[in-house]
Ligand binder design. Structure first.
Ligand code: COA
Length: 378
């Protein structure tokens, strides 16, 4: 039997430049982002989030009957199973909402009759339930921590409407619903981002979609990924006023602190989603009477470009958009999850279609030739 060779090739830290799979779900193409061939600008201007979820899962935009069927299934799935409602209200609420979401998604797998089925139909049924329920879970968490009963979801309304309704506790404004829906469309997928990759790695061992979504939620939570939108608003509040921007940046650069919402592994010229969100942020901060938040953000953008050549990513202007829509800051990353769930599910479905387990190599740089010593002799 020949010995397994140790890996001695080049290391791509952060897997930059590694192409880990073929995908037809989404890609960054020049200055735009494509979902199944459609530009993000086209989808943001015209599509509903439900249509985009269908597009990502099935590879084509739905006909009316397909869309009606998906809306009906999503509507019927919005409410959590009765057993889950009982234990959910007993969970601690003084935790980060992403941890709460993670725990509840794990718990919901225990009530799902399809939990361990891997075929496409069962995976689509679970994708539908998960996509409908993430908003319901976040709404229940938020209301419960305020000492209020969760709102009952409205099955004949959109996911965007139900999300805002669940958090705000009253019927949302129609224009806000459409703006929020555009945010859901913009965040739905993004090629092989860290959380989608996590979902695929987990799927590749032939674990079910709940495990994949839990892995993805955990990955999204971090401040270098989805957690950045929450960090952006906290940073803007810390800066407080445009007159403090230079001092803030001097300190960040001196101490090697990342400026949240800037930089990207792939985009170097501009993130097309950020362009759309910037316009929305300008309009919405004016609408709620806080244009100074946008002005400060725009000045920070200019200074980051001039001093570091770094561009805003999707998280930068989404922070002031969500804030203007009345969403509490610690729910910003869960909003991201409520959208990206559609992309994660598409990646799991695609991974199952042409699966090979992910198993890269590591270059060993540790000790050798050590001998075990009894504990008293160490
Ligand atoms: N603020 C300050 N410097 C930054 C920066 C930021 N937001 N983003 C990148 N840089 C600098 C790094 O310090 C590094 O400088 P160096 O070469 O002198 O060490 C260089 O730019 C490359 O950055 P790096 O972190 O290696 O890039 P990456 O591709 O590994 O990471 C991000 C990409 C998005 C994780 C990174 O830009 C970042 O941490 N941004 C802030 C968090 C954020 O907004 N995340 C949301 C992503 S959508």
């Amino acid at each position: 039997m020949s010995a397994v060779e140790e890996y001695s090739g080049a290391i791509d830290r952060g897997l930059e430049g590694i192409v880990a799979c073929s995908t037809s779900i989404s890609t960054i193409a020049g200055t735009t982002l494509l979902f199944r061939g459609y530009t993000i600008e086209d989808l943001a201007a015209n599509a509903t989030f439900e249509e985009v979820a269908y597009l990502l899962w099935h590879g084509r935009l739905p006909q009316q009957t397909g869309l009606d069927a998906l809306r009906k299934q999503l509507g019927e799935s919005l409410a959590l199973p009765q057993e889950a409602r009982v234990w959910l209200l007993g969970l601690p609420k003084n935790v980060h909402p992403m941890d709460f979401l993670h725990a509840v998604v794990a718990g919901l797998s225990l009530h799902d009759p399809d939990a361990n089925l891997l075929d496409r139909d069962a995976t689509l049924r679970k994708a539908t339930r998960l996509t409908a329920r993430i908003g319901t879970i976040i709404g229940a968490y938020h209301r419960a921590r305020l000492g209020q009963w969760p709102m009952d979801p409205c099955p004949d309304r959109s996911l965007a409407w139900n999300f805002l309704y669940g958090i705000l506790g009253h019927e949302p404004d129609d224009e806000d619903v459409r703006d929020f829906e555009i945010c859901l469309v913009l965040h739905a997928d993004h090629e092989l981002n860290a959380s989608a990759f996590s979902a695929r790695v987990t799927a590749s061992s032939l674990s079910g979609i709940y495990s994949s979504v839990m892995a993805a939620i955990g990955t999204l939570k971090g401040s270098l990924h989805g957690g950045a939108n929450e960090a952006v608003l906290r940073m803007l509040r810390e800066i407080g006023s445009p007159k403090n921007l230079d001092a803030f940046l001097d300190d960040a650069f001196k101490t090697g602190k990342k400026v949240m919402g800037f930089g990207h592994r792939v985009y170097k010229e501009g993130d097309p989603r950020a362009h759309i969100l910037k316009k929305m942020s300008e309009r919405l901060t004016r609408k709620v009477g806080r244009p100074e938040l946008f002005e400060m953000s725009a000045q920070l953008e200019e200074k980051m470009a001039a001093r570091k050549g770094l561009i805003p990513n999707v998280d930068f202007y989404s922070a002031t958009v969500y804030d203007s829509l009345g969403i509490p800051v610690d729910l910003f990353t869960p909003v991201f999850a409520a959208s990206r769930i559609s992309g994660w599910c598409a990646h799991v479905l695609e991974q199952y279609e042409n699966n090979r387990i992910y198993r890269p190599r590591g270059r060993y740089v540790g000790e050798r030739d050590l001998r075990y010593a009894p504990i008293a002799k160490r």
